[in-house]
Ligand binder design. Structure first.
Ligand code: HEM
Length: 507
């Protein structure tokens, strides 16, 4: 009996051990499978996937999905797989640690065949020898020492901006700053590229160029590339003739204009990027130069205008912050008899913290520029599949509580100890990053220094001269946004730029 009991208990023991082992294996598989199963929001339709579930403001919808499903989600955009990430640590691992595999750009009919003449330029070309050379050329002409050559020009453009905004406020009682910010940003990048600028927002050449940039963004939009997502609709391209329109747009409008600007720049005695590229030993074909120059003009116009537009709208909502900024500017002016330059930013810690906090609070783009994956990579147990498109959801990423305390509160003080330039922070370690507005790794914006100088110069001039106050229409709405291309813009607003009574004329 004892023996039997012993043998039963032995069997039970063996059975129990086997069960535990099996359960462990099962549990491990379940959990590892669970972890590598990237959640898919449950609003997908057959064939079209999530295309119709994104709504009019996809970044808002995707932020809500992240809240519900976690830091990485999978969306089916018709036949394509898209992943969105909103956790900075995970994003860093995907885009930086695995940057070799994840720094490609997704295929787009307009961007590939027409805009970039099959992969030329920098923004839409694929990593390879050509892209590397163009990228290194851009990094060299955008280096801080090169941008020094444009300091006077940037300051002059900042001065013109504030003069226009003040004049319109005086004449019309209030001003919608957007067009003027576009003129400022286009003039800065255009002068840097070609050595000349436009006179006013009525200048026909300025209007034409802004139309070309906007039309290009429109062609690059998903609505003009439906067969790329839904191959069954490929007949639509023939029906609408959209590809013919794209081709004509590039060959008959964009290329002749850019070619003319390049020819003029070659003869100009003003410092300019066309000549700097040659001086730095880069010689590119005419086609490559056309694409690259349009990349720079396109990359440098809306981004800066949108950033400054948020900046003015936010500051109007926070008059106490404006007071602290103006006090810092006044102190610098009393001590130095002039306005600070970007290289003196260490003496303006509060102002640069405000600029950084505005960018965190209202990031310029919804998703950065999408990356594509060349081969499967496994990150934190998640399989990031070959050919997937990966985006960073800027809005919820900048509200991530592991990175930012009280993320819903506008609190410039959070950056007072982050004295690094945004360029250094964006290219440094994850722990040292202030925000992620300039993207990631090998594809990180190559013009961060120029962008910082431009934003600083305009910001300092606006608040050296004025207080920004609401118009009779009310306070600018900073709780909602609208999409323009890849950027997220505040809803249209008007403000009053009211002259400050300072002891000195700010110059
Ligand atoms: C506040 C202003 C700006 C913001 C927020 C911004 C943001 C970005 C972002 C998110 C990317 C994509 C990074 C990635 O793929 O991970 C990017 C790339 C790029 N940006 Fe900027 N940018 C700004 C200003 C500028 C300016 C002034 C220029 C031109 C002078 C410029 C030129 C470019 C170019 C050429 C690329 C493509 C780089 C590549 O694909 O290798 N950006 N920028």
């Amino acid at each position: 009996m004892l023996k039997v009991v012993h043998s039963v208990s032995q069997e039970t023991k063996c059975f129990s051990i086997a069960t535990v082992v099996l359960l462990c294996v099962f549990y491990t598989r379940m959990t590892s499978e669970k972890k590598s199963d990237i959640p898919v929001p449950d609003s997908a339709y057959p064939y079209i996937g999530h295309l119709l579930s994104l709504g009019s403001l996809p970044s808002e919808t995707i932020s809500k999905w992240h809240e519900k499903y976690g830091p990485i989600i999978k969306m089916y955009m018709g036949a394509q797989t898209w992943l969105s990430v909103d956790d900075p640590i995970l994003a860093h691992k995907i885009f930086v640690t695995h940057g070799v595999e994840t720094s490609y750009r997704p295929h787009s009919t307009y961007a590939y065949y027409y805009y970039s003449a099959q992969g030329k330029g920098i923004g839409f070309s694929q990593p390879g020898a050509g892209w590397k050379e163009v990228r290194s050329a851009v990094v060299s002409v955008m280096a801080p020492r090169q941008i020094e050559r444009y300091t006077d020009m940037i300051q002059q453009q900042g001065q013109n901006l504030i003069t226009q905004l003040e004049a319109i406020t005086e004449k019309e009682g209030a001003v919608n700053p957007l067009k003027h910010l576009e003129l400022y940003s286009l003039n800065v990048i255009f002068s840097a590229c070609f050595g000349r600028a436009f006179r006013s927002v009525q200048d026909p050449e300025f209007i034409t160029l802004i139309q070309l940039i906007n039309k290009s963004l429109e062609f690059a939009g998903l609505q003009n590339d439906l067969p790329n997502f839904l191959p069954a609709l490929s007949f639509m391209d023939r029906l609408t003739g959209i590809q013919g329109k794209m081709k004509n747009f590039i060959t008959q409008q964009v290329n002749p204009a850019v070619k003319r600007f390049i020819q003029e720049a070659k003869k100009s005695d003003k410092p300019n990027i066309v000549n700097s590229l040659k001086e730095n030993g880069y010689t590119f074909s005419e086609e490559e130069m056309n694409v690259l120059m349009f990349d720079l003009i396109g990359g440098g116009t809306d981004t800066i205008a949108v950033t400054l537009s948020w900046n003015i709208a936010i500051m109007c909502n926070y008059p106490q912050v404006q007071k602290q900024v103006t006090a810092e500017i006044d102190k610098f002016m009393e001590e130095n008899g002039r306005l600070p330059q970007f290289k003196e930013r260490a003496q303006m810690p509060y102002s640069i913290s405000v600029i950084k906090e505005c960018m965190r609070f209202k990031p310029t783009t919804s998703f950065g520029i999408p990356h594509a994956v060349k081969k499967d990579v496994i990150v934190d147990g998640y399989t990031i599949p070959k050919d997937a498109t990966v985006i960073s959801n800027m809005e919820s990423m900048h509200k991530n509580t592991s990175m930012y305390s009280d993320p819903d509160i506008f609190k410039p003080e959070r950056f007072l100890n982050h004295t690094k330039t945004m360029q250094a922070a964006a290219n440094g370690k994850l722990e040292e990053r202030d925000h992620f507005v300039f993207g990631w790794g090998r594809r990180v914006c190559p013009a961060i220094h120029m962008a910082e100088v431009e934003v600083f110069s305009a910001f300092i001039r606006i608040f050296a001269h004025c207080f920004v106050e609401p118009s009779s229409d009310g306070m600018p709405d900073i709780d909602h946004a609208q999409n323009i291309g890849i950027n997220l813009l505040p809803r249209p607003y008007k403000v009053r730029l009211v002259k400050r009574m300072t002891g000195m004329a700010p110059v």
